[in-house]
Design a protein around this ligand. Structure first.
Ligand code: FES
Length: 102
């Protein structure tokens, strides 16, 4: 069995991300991946608190370790298309641990 080329963790069960739409972001990313037939190459996982509470929904993409904050379901298509497929991370959603980098 192949290993995933990219692995995405979306905070869905911590203190603040659930109220910020973490589950909806996860579902939207999964739908985009499924619609494009990429489920064997890219994995979207729900995760617990990533210790960045208050910046939700928070997510991280590996292996490049790119963090995103304040992600909304409507950002899913752009993240999948630009970052996960074309390897061009979505700079407007970057997060460095202190806040969004614009
Ligand atoms: S609740 Fe999402 S980072 Fe803590």
């Amino acid at each position: 069995m192949e290993v995933y080329k990219k692995h995405v963790f979306v905070c869905t069960t911590g203190k603040t991300c659930p109220a910020a739409g973490g589950v909806d972001v996860c579902d939207a990313l999964r739908k985009e991946i499924s619609d494009r037939g990429l489920k064997k190459q890219i994995r979207i996982n729900k995760t617990g608190c990533l210790d960045q509470c208050g910046h939700g929904a928070v997510m991280v993409v590996y292996p490049e370790s790119v963090w995103y904050a304040h992600v909304k379901p409507e950002d899913a298509a752009e993240i999948v298309e630009s970052h996960l497929i074309e390897n061009k991370p979505v700079e407007r959603l970057f997060y460095d641990g202190s806040g969004r980098i614009v």
